[in-house]
Design a protein around this ligand. Structure first.
Ligand code: THU
Length: 130
């Protein structure tokens, strides 16, 4: 099992592959699957803005596409944000995390920034399930 810092480092590295020519806001995510393997993603934007996808959604899609159905932890690095307060996952990504029972989320921003850790219950209370 990787440590929180390892997962955050992977998210930071993933952010370097972000395709964000429109927002200039690079995001990377790393997720730890219940298989003990880590998967990464970056945000991928599109000239038709709503066709863009978030880093967390892409990392989770990579894990699920490899057969994972339970994700233990997610790290997200918004390397162009000044502080973690501007780096929290969007609502849609929180709902996607809920689908795969994410336990903990680690959030960080630009170089040298603190890492803030939360449970999914803290970030998405009273969430929708079927
Ligand atoms: N973005 C993410 O990748 N994850 C989030 O949770 C919030 C926002 C991306 C989408 C877009 O490419 C850029 O950040 C600015 O919104």
């Amino acid at each position: 099992m990787r440590s929180r810092n390892d997962l955050v480092d992977l998210a930071r590295q993933a952010a370097l592959n972000a395709y964000a020519p429109y927002s200039r806001f690079r995001v990377g995510a790393a997720v730890l699957g219940s298989d003990g393997i880590t998967y990464t993603g970056a945000n991928v934007e599109n000239a038709a803005y709503p066709s863009s996808s978030c880093a967390e959604a892409n990392a989770i899609a990579a894990a699920v596409s490899a057969g994972v159905r339970k994700i233990d932890a997610v790290a997200v690095a918004c390397i162009d944000a000044p502080t973690p307060e501007e780096a929290y996952p969007c609502g849609r990504c929180r709902q996607i995390m809920s689908e795969f029972s994410v336990d903990e989320i680690h959030v960080t921003a630009g170089p040298g920034s603190l890492v803030k850790s939360h449970t999914l219950d803290e970030l998405l209370p009273h969430r929708f399930t079927l």
